[in-house]
Design a protein around this ligand. Structure first.
Ligand code: AMP
Length: 276
C-alpha cells in the first residue's frame, strides 16, 4: 500500500527513505480518472517509485470559479491508484500556504495569452504550487499531461529557469470512447451537455484539416463558429500556435498545435491537438 503523507516534512522523510532510487512525481488535483492513472504509468517508466500529489490548489482559482465545487474524492482516488504510487502527498491548504505566505512565482513566455487572457491568475497559482511541490519532493522526473498543453510548457519553462533537478515530461491525452478528453470537470456535465462536449474534439480535427489547406485564421474562425453551432454557449478561443513556444504563426512551417477553450453551462472545457 502507498504511504499517505500530508506535510512537506513527512514527504521529504518518505522520499529520503526510498533513496537512492529514482523518483517520479505526478502532481494532480485529485478526482482521479484514467488519464491521471496513465500519467502514473508513464512516470513509472522513468523511475523506480512514483509520488502522486493530490491538492486542489486555491491560488489557481479566481473567486468566481469552481474551487468550492471542485470534486474532492480522496478515498476513491487512493483506491484507483492502488499500488501504482509509492507515496501520496495530500497536504492541506494551510500546509502549502501557511499564515503569512507571500511568495508567488510568475512565468512569462508560454504563460502569455490563451488561458491567461481568460484566467489571469491561473498560471501564477499553478507555477507557485508546482514549484513548491517540486522543491519539496525534488524528483528526478515529473510527468504532466498534454491535456493542459500550455500548463506543460509553463512548467517546463519554470523547471529550466529555476534550475530544478527535475526533467518535466509530457504525456498524451487520454480520451473517452467518443474522443472527449478525460477531465475531472466532465463530472459537472448534464447528459445533454455531455453530448455537446463530445463535439469539441471532432471540431478540433476539422480545424486541423482546414489549417492544412493554408489559411490558419480562417480555420480558427470556422472552428469558433462550429463550436457555437454545436451548442457551446461561449468560446474563449480556438488558436493555432507554434507547438514549442505558443507564438502566433501564419503558416504550418514548424510543429503546431490547435488549442481551444469553450463553455457549456457552468463547465469550461479545454482541449488541444498536434498539427502535422
Ligand atoms: P488535474 O488533476 O486536472 O490538475 O491534472 C493533473 C495532471 O493530469 C495534469 O498534468 C493534467 O494535464 C493531467 N491530465 C488531466 N487530464 C488528462 C487526460 N485526459 N489525459 C492525460 N493526462 C491528463
Amino acid at each position: 500500500m502507498p504511504q499517505l503523507v500530508s506535510t512537506v516534512t513527512d514527504l521529504r522523510r518518505a522520499i529520503a527513505a526510498l533513496k537512492p532510487a529514482r523518483i517520479a512525481m505526478v502532481p494532480t488535483m485529485g478526482a482521479l480518472h484514467a488519464g491521471h492513472v496513465s500519467l502514473v504509468a508513464e512516470a513509472k517508466k522513468h523511475a523506480d517509485h512514483v509520488v502522486v500529489s493530490i491538492f486542489v490548489n486555491p491560488t489557481q482559482f479566481a473567486p468566481h470559479e469552481d474551487f468550492d465545487a471542485y470534486p474532492r474524492t480522496l478515498e476513491s482516488d487512493l483506491a484507483r491508484l492502488g499500488d501504482a504510487a509509492a507515496i501520496i502527498f495530500a497536504p492541506t491548504a494551510r500546509e502549502m500556504y501557511p499564515d503569512g505566505h507571500a511568495t508567488t512565482i510568475t512565468v512569462k513566455g508560454p504563460s502569455h495569452g490563451l488561458e491567461t487572457d481568460f484566467r489571469p491568475q491561473f498560471f501564477s497559482g499553478v507555477a507557485t504550487v508546482v514549484a513548491k511541490i517540486l522543491i519539496a519532493a525534488s524528483p528526478d522526473v515529473a510527468v504532466f499531461g498534454e491535456k493542459d498543453y500550455q500548463q506543460l510548457l509553463v512548467v517546463q519553462r519554470l523547471a529550466r529557469d529555476l534550475a530544478l533537478p527535475t526533467s518535466v515530461l509530457g504525456a498524451p491525452t487520454l480520451r473517452e470512447a467518443d474522443g472527449l478528453a478525460m477531465s475531472s470537470r466532465n463530472a459537472y456535465l448534464s447528459p445533454t451537455e455531455r453530448g455537446v462536449a463530445a463535439k469539441l474534439n471532432l471540431i478540433l480535427k476539422d480545424v486541423i484539416a482546414a489549417a492544412q489547406k493554408g489559411d490558419l485564421r480562417a480555420a480558427e474562425t470556422a472552428g469558433i463558429d462550429a463550436l457555437y453551432k454545436a451548442g457551446f454557449e461561449h468560446v474563449d478561443y480556438v488558436a493555432i500556435r507554434d507547438a514549442a513556444t505558443l507564438d502566433h504563426i501564419i503558416a504550418l512551417e514548424h510543429p503546431a498545435r490547435v488549442l481551444a477553450a469553450a463553455k457549456i453551462g457552468k463547465t469550461r472545457l479545454i482541449d488541444n491537438m498536434a498539427i502535422g
